[in-house]
Design a protein around this ligand. Sequence first.
Ligand SMILES: *[C@@H]1O[C@H](CO)[C@@H](O)[C@H](O)[C@H]1NC(C)=O
Ligand SMILES: *[C@@H]1O[C@H](CO)[C@@H](O)[C@H](O)[C@H]1NC(C)=O
Ligand SMILES: *[C@@H]1O[C@H](CO)[C@@H](O)[C@H](O)[C@H]1NC(C)=O
Ligand SMILES: *[C@@H]1O[C@H](CO)[C@@H](O)[C@H](O)[C@H]1NC(C)=O
Length: 456
Amino acid sequence: MERGWLHGEGLLLCLLLHLLLQGRGDTFAINCSGFEQHGVDPAAFQAAFDRKAFLPITNYSNPVRVNISFTLSAILEVNVQLQMMTSFLWLSMKWYNRFIGWNPEECGGIRKLSIATENLWLPDIFIQELLTVDQAPTGLMAYVNSEGQVRYGRPIKAITICNLDIFYFPFDQQNCTFTFNSFIYTVENMVLGMEKKVQEISNISQNLIQSKGEWVLLSIHQSTKKTTVGTDQYDQLVFHVAIRRRSKLYVINLLVPSSFLVAIDALSFYLPAESQNRAPFKMTLLLGYNVFLLMMNDLLPDTGTPLINVYFTVCLSLMVLSLLETIFITYLLNLATTQPPPMPPWLCSLLLHCTSPMKCCPTAPQRGNKDLGLTLAHLPGLKEPMEFVGKVPGPQEAESNGCPGSARICQEGAVQKQHLVSLWIQFSRMMDTLLFRLYLFFMATSVITVIVLWNT
Ligand SMILES: *[C@@H]1O[C@H](CO)[C@@H](O)[C@H](O)[C@H]1NC(C)=O
Ligand SMILES: *[C@@H]1O[C@H](CO)[C@@H](O)[C@H](O)[C@H]1NC(C)=O
Ligand SMILES: *[C@@H]1O[C@H](CO)[C@@H](O)[C@H](O)[C@H]1NC(C)=O
Ligand SMILES: *[C@@H]1O[C@H](CO)[C@@H](O)[C@H](O)[C@H]1NC(C)=O
């Protein structure tokens, strides 16, 4: 009997405790009777609203899980000098507010309600790379469903710091990072999760970005990591946004004109070196190239040394080198036609070996002078030596010039000099051709190197 009573009492206690616990569990359930007739009763939510200063959890062993996603809707600017990217994104967050919840069946089927965000606890999620204070618009609303799940979104104009590498400009890709984490909540109180798959975020953003600006969104990748500050650990969500520059503008405005100028410079080697036109022409090209560089300076990045600067320097050096070469050849030709110095025998034999292996040098006197006349006549493509033939002083002239011996010896001397002149001219032409080939080789190598570097 006693036992039975005790048993009964135990049962009662159990029931009471159960009811009490149940009551505790349902403390935060909203009494929504009458909502369908008179609309929402603010008094029913008052208890939940009063707790907005605290984490919306009932069991402090379980942290709030905030699921995050965002949509990148525009890439407004990428500033290399300040190393920052300005973009626009819509941040969306979801979490459970354990103070709010109701039974939709008791409430006329109401499953979600919009509630002004100033009445709710909001997670303090920010982007670590942000350079400015995030100015969220005020008066935003959040959706709360009958299970207490809160959905909240807001726009962010994100001016974020980004490590920009412009070596490959204008064919560069950049990799900017958005790190989402909480200001103060450590992992014991708040963990972060993904609301959507990152692939989905990437696809939606790619479809949404309407601006045909300078940058194309390539992809978004995500990684999770925890940071430790002192003894506290914070949860983080890291997104890597890969963007690529649209390079058409730069190719058309920078690379193509520059290549044209260099091509014309190369072609100007076909202007005859004797015509005196080549040097002024190259000078004009060089001047034009400098003006072009000055005008296009605005299009280039303000800092760093991108490969395109190396390319421009190579083009400029090629032009300067070709001008120097022209000056050198002009000097050689001038020297040859006014006072040809004696030609070193090795050079002479090399020259003759290269052009006409049967002939010999004018410094060999006993080989006879008849050969020399022949040599002159047989030299290919000579014009000026022919002019010199006309200028060869006649016997009378030679005598009046103070030739004491026979005029024939004088004339032979003149023919010999003439031969020397023609050899020097030939040498100049050979040098011109050789240097032109070197120039072409250097140009091809540097252009190929730059192109290969751009493609890696
Ligand atoms: C809900 O509130 C109504 C009056 O607004 C009251 O009659 C009803 O008993 C309440 N229900 C509960 C479960 O507290
Ligand atoms: C709180 O959560 C922890 C871990 O999930 C669990 O072990 C504990 O029983 C919970 N406490 C209550 C009162 O529900
Ligand atoms: C957050 O994501 C996890 C895993 O995807 C899911 O279990 C949880 O219900 C989500 N929370 C909210 C509030 O949507
Ligand atoms: C971006 O950089 C991070 C590290 O800084 C790297 O883990 C990630 O793979 C990079 N993403 C791309 C697309 O290059």
